[in-house]
Ligand binder design. Sequence first.
Ligand code: URP
Ligand code: ZN
Ligand code: ZN
Length: 480
Amino acid sequence: MTQLETAIRGGTVVTAEGMIRADVGIAGGRVVALAESLPDAARVIEADGLWVMPGGVDSHCHIEEAQPGGGANEESFVTASRAAFAGGTTSVVCFIPQWKGGGLLERLADVEARAAHAMLDHAFHQIITDPTDAVLERELPQVVAKGIRSLKAFLTYDSMHLDDGQFLKVLVAAKRHGCLVTVHCENYAAINWRIEALLAAGMTAPKYHAWARPPVVEREATHRAIALAEVVDQPIQIFHVSCVEAADEIARAQARGVKVWGETCPQYFTLTAGDMDRPGFEGAKFMCSPAPREAEEHARVWEMIRRGVLDIVSSDHCAFSFEGTAGKRQNGDASFAVIPNGIPGLTARLPLVFSEGVAKGRISPEHFVRLTATNPAKLMGLWPRKGGIHIGADADIALWDPTRRTRLTNALMQHAIDYTPYEGIEVTGWPLRLLRRGEVVMADGEVSAEPGSGRYLPRAPYPMVAPRGVVPFGFDAANA
Ligand code: URP
Ligand code: ZN
Ligand code: ZN
């Protein structure tokens, strides 16, 4: 047997397929042995009573994203790495922006330079906001050649929104290049129309964010995104599904055999529209899009998770401090329409899914691993290197105490942000140690990785996102 550098002894290994009592042997940063009992290694980590699970893969994080007006998201690759490790996550997929009127390549170089400081392993989605022929024909092939295999389309937001014709162009380009398309589904015109009416009526407080974008605008855009993807025969993932109305659209399409996957986030089973109605300006701390819904929606979201319609839980970490020049309150107590959208959640994701899911008996431990590590790794083309504990996988391993109770505080998040929307929530289950490629990067909350030690994860073509070969009337307009 290969000389072991590390042995994790005495724990219960939890993977997508099952739970077994096994020791894990690590050499060269990878898992090289799984056995009832392993010989001594240079370093032994005792895991009696702990669950040995794959490090989390968070496939939807906005980290140090540059903004068109200058500056970037407050959460840098270094602070995000710390936050992720504190919560048991070892890999992320984050975003390369495109600004309307701009190209892809100059932004790619900027993101690469920023991400070079990460401790987390990372891959990128390419956002497309301006799908000109030059962008899709000249620049996109070079982006794909760098191992970027997912494109992100927004159907709302003034600075990001694609109309149907533009969205079709993105779907066609993705099909030609073997990429997944991920989509933010909300109806742009309906939201802007409601915002104008709300502001005209003097309804400006943070709680009106939810009134501006009710479930019907999410359902409509989800339906439309799926229909257009079906016309092109291009696999898509619907990001941050907040409500059963949108999830129903996904379920119906999945039943027809369409390759569509649904992601949800912890905010959609822990926060509510009522949180945006907290006294003063506090409600701004809970503003993200889609908006958190009524409390009754939480059980419906869990049912869609249980059924597998929603098969990934990401954080959609998109963090703005409350105070500060780039924060939620940068315009004073101004109208909801100018408060930046997004909340931090990188650290809290795994504890919240574990606590609300496994500890409350809604899902099995194996289902937890599928939702938070294995499924995102597979859908993003990172499997089998990431997302599992098997021979040859990167030794990204979290040692969990499944019974430990923790009250969430902002200090525990270890992010660059001055608040957490999950303040005060008590969770059961907590990661005590974390290994990234065999190196202990977090022990009892102490993060010890070197900036720059994270690796970029280029992605090769992968069959999961291949088209089905089913197009209307057998006519493949994308390849005509
Ligand atoms: O409010 C959110 N979710 N902000 C992040 C950007 C996005 O829409 O994913
Ligand atoms: Zn979005
Ligand atoms: Zn997002």
